[in-house]
Design a protein around this ligand. Structure first.
Ligand code: TXA
Ligand code: MG
Length: 380
């Protein structure tokens, strides 16, 4: 029952049609590119289809999925199911269905990397399968920007429940081959749209509470969201909680319930550390593990300042540059983590970034991937 996995150039109409047929007529999920990361999609209205996503990813059943739509009309039809339509042909769902706070965000960021939380109003005719929402009274929805994602939903007329197309706990996939490596034998089709432009997942916002909150920083920055009005609060602030002394580090608190973006290697994240200081921390780790510095396979991810030469004393070194601009770093981050994993490195040293603009989402993902965070800040 291991279906054959096809990777098809998604710009061909026949590949899109094949994918659309699978989504309409089977319960098999299809992997497709979005501008953020690859998604694993199935008809959000059909429980059997959505179940196959959880199964392929080995995803815990209580972690809800984001619903993707191709147009506001598709969203309107979804959420007004079983209700008399108030507005006749208006493109925008009426405001009893979409809270006012989202209007400027939808205008500015859709299609794009923003997911909003909406109420499931009508329990008799819920818009999506209860396993999409993990039985919560809300669901997340976004209109992606990638032409393949939009074409797929338009062609099939299927609203897609779609988490990132990685195996649960692995870094999100930003290339078709990442999906292949994680899910081969478990899904029938991957549409290959090349590398994802954003590289980190969408920003998830909840405007149903006061103050409105950012549940997950992502492709749209907190600054951009606040620019549209509203006292948006970030619930995912990365807070250093200990002072680094010689070999002190912060064990990653399981603040979030699930392991995320975990490479096999031990990831050591450094905030405002010079190369030499970071290497000293690594030497502590090597000593603790009785590892020889020439045996240990070391990966380094630099962002802005670290230089390769300084790490020259490690003979078994893979040095990867994330880039300097926030948008370069987001695009490279998950692919580089996966590359280091394939190299089988034992330790990854990462140069952290400031938490403004793209930096907030970058540090959020990095601190989840890290098993140790080294900081010079005082405990809060
Ligand atoms: O960019 C993205 O958002 C990608 C692409 C494929 O669109 N999708 C994605 O899905 O990242 P996933 O499943 O990996 O992450 C979905 C996030 C989870 O953190 C989940 O907890 C949250 O959205 N979420 C979904 N529904 C929610 C709800 N009703 N309330 C609160 N959080 C919700
Ligand atoms: Mg995910």
């Amino acid at each position: 029952d291991t279906a054959k996995l096809l990777i098809e150039p998604s710009n061909t109409l026949s590949a899109l049609q094949e994918a659309a047929e699978l989504l309409k007529n089977t319960n098999d999920p299809v992997a497709f590119p979005t501008e953020t990361v690859y998604g694993l999609g199935a008809d959000a209205r059909r429980t059997d289809a959505v179940y196959s996503i959880y199964k392929a990813k080995n995803r815990p059943a209580d972690n809800p999925l984001i619903v993707h739509i191709a147009s506001l009309d598709q969203l309107r039809r979804l959420i007004s199911k079983g209700q008399p339509l108030k507005s006749k042909d208006s493109d925008l769902p009426d405001s009893s269905l979409i809270p006012q706070i989202y209007k400027p965000l939808i205008d500015r960021f859709w299609p794009g990397p923003l997911s909003i939380i909406l109420p499931v109003k009508n329990n008799e005719h819920p818009p999506v399968s209860p396993i999409v929402t993990a039985n919560q009274p809300t669901f997340a929805v976004r209109m992606p920007q990638h032409p393949v994602a939009l074409a797929l939903m338009a062609l099939s007329d299927v609203p897609l429940a779609a988490p990132s197309a990685n195996a649960s706990t692995r870094p999100s996939p930003t290339q078709a081959k990442h999906v292949y490596n994680d899910l081969q034998g478990k899904i029938p089709l991957i549409l290959d749209g090349g590398s994802c432009g954003v590289g980190l997942e969408s920003t998830v916002v909840n405007g149903l509470c006061y103050p409105p909150v950012i549940l997950r920083p992502g492709g749209v920055s907190l600054e951009q969201i606040r620019d549209c009005g509203g006292v948006w609060v970030n619930t995912q602030v990365y807070k250093p909680t200990a002072v680094n002394t010689e070999k002190n580090f912060i064990p990653q608190t399981p603040g979030m319930k699930y392991r995320h973006y975990s490479p096999t290697a031990k990831v050591m994240l450094f905030l405002d550390y010079k190369e030499r200081e970071a290497m000293d921390c690594l030497y502590d780790q090597l000593r603790q593990k009785n590892m020889d510095k020439d045996e240990a396979r070391i990966g380094v991810l630099c962002s802005r300042k670290w230089k390769k030469e300084v790490f020259g004393e490690f003979s078994n070194l893979t040095f990867l540059d994330l880039g300097e601009e926030g948008s370069e770093i987001t695009k490279n981050l998950f692919a580089h983590l996966r590359e280091l994993d394939l190299k089988g490195v034992d330790f990854v040293l990462v140069e952290g970034v400031a938490e403004d603009n793209e930096g907030l989402a970058i540090m959020n993902r990095l601190s989840k991937a890290a098993s140790m965070v080294f900081t010079k800040d005082s405990p809060s």
